[in-house]
Design a binder for this molecule. Structure first.
Ligand code: FO1
Length: 315
């Protein structure tokens, strides 16, 4: 059995959070870091909201709403209802307990703390030992080109229920963003790096697009392994399948491997895609075929353990 010391996961929202939780269940948490997409972050009612960071944080803390994967289980909506009473459209479902996170994060940021230290403070208070690392402390915003116009990510994803055809994707201010020292150190000292089964286009790609991160990954000594979020030609959740198609990328683990070409050494695919093992291997990738759908917690730990049991090597 390989003994990976430092394990680093790149994660976006719900799919990423599930695998990070699985890793946290089977690997020493003081040797586990998650580099999290912050290009979904936005401001609402003057509060700074970081959905992917919170999704990973709530999931690891055992607080996440199991029905949605985001938000807090059993949360109430009194604050949002009161906001609606003032005539505001309550389009983004913020629960009362969730509001506490956004209020405190906004407060700490306004006091001069960074996104990284704020996240560490909130996560530690929730009893999380793994390092939750925002990809950058600088603002980056995913924007989606629809037939109408460029939309902010949450406008496209939540307000318009990701119904629009995606003509293009851009990450506003990415060229001015820098990776944090924590992110670069985590990558450099990693023994295994895992791209979680998050949306490649809008969850993992923004992390890779922060100037310096792609280069740090390519220079890393650790093997890099992606878990395909596409199973049997479809995304389990969200618009990843339609986004790949609209970018002219094959909606299969082959397309996922294409997006990560030159970075990953291996890929984990679902049993449903077992026929793709040979073509992926022909592309020089180590392939592990498994049951990758993560339902309950035991599924998550089982998949994480399986990934850690493979003898991945750096190409
Ligand atoms: N996603 C939705 O589809 N609808 C919502 O109303 C919604 C609210 C929400 C509140 C807090 C939070 O942390 C996440 C929330 N999400 C919601 C999820 C989220 O915006 C997306 O899943 C991610 O940005 C994509 O990874």
């Amino acid at each position: 059995m390989p003994e990976y010391g430092n394990v680093v996961a790149l994660a976006g929202g719900v799919g990423g959070a599930k695998l990070v939780q699985g890793l946290a269940a089977v690997h020493p948490n003081n040797q586990l870091s998650a580099i999290i997409n912050t290009a979904d972050d936005f401001r609402l009612y003057g509060l700074y909201i970081s959905p992917d960071v919170d999704t990973v944080m709530y999931t690891l803390a055992g607080l996440a709403n199991p029905a949605t994967g985001w938000g807090i289980a059993g949360d109430t909506r009194a604050t949002l209802d009161a906001i609606a009473r003032y005539g505001e459209d309550p389009w983004f479902a913020l629960g009362d307990q969730d509001f506490a996170t956004h209020i405190l994060r906004s407060h700490y940021l306004q006091e001069g703390a960074t996104h990284t230290t704020t996240t560490a403070r909130l996560a530690a208070a929730l009893g999380i030992e793994a390092a939750l690392l925002p990809m950058s402390d600088d603002p980056v915003a995913t924007e989606i080109l629809t037939a109408d116009r460029w939309l902010g990510f949450q406008d496209y994803f939540v307000a318009r229920r990701h119904n629009d055809d995606v003509l293009d994707v851009r990450f506003k201010s990415i060229e001015a963003a820098t990776p944090t020292s924590e992110v670069l150190e985590a990558i450099a000292s990693a023994n295994l790096i895992i791209f979680c089964p998050s949306n490649p286009v809008v969850s993992i790609e923004p992390i890779l697009a922060v100037p310096g991160i792609r280069e740090a990954l390519i220079a890393a000594a650790a093997p890099i392994v992606a878990v395909s979020p596409i199973i049997g030609g479809r995304a389990l959740k969200g618009p990843a399948d339609r986004m790949l198609a609209s970018q002219g990328v094959e909606v299969s683990p082959l397309g996922v491997a294409e997006i990560y070409r030159g970075i990953i050494d291996g890929i984990v695919i679902d049993n449903a895609d077992a026929a793709l093992e040979a073509p992926l291997a022909e592309r020089g990738l180590q392939v592990h075929v498994s049951q990758t759908i993560m339902g309950d917690r035991s599924d998550r730990g089982r998949l994480a353990q399986e990934i850690l049991d493979v003898e991945w090597t750096r190409a």
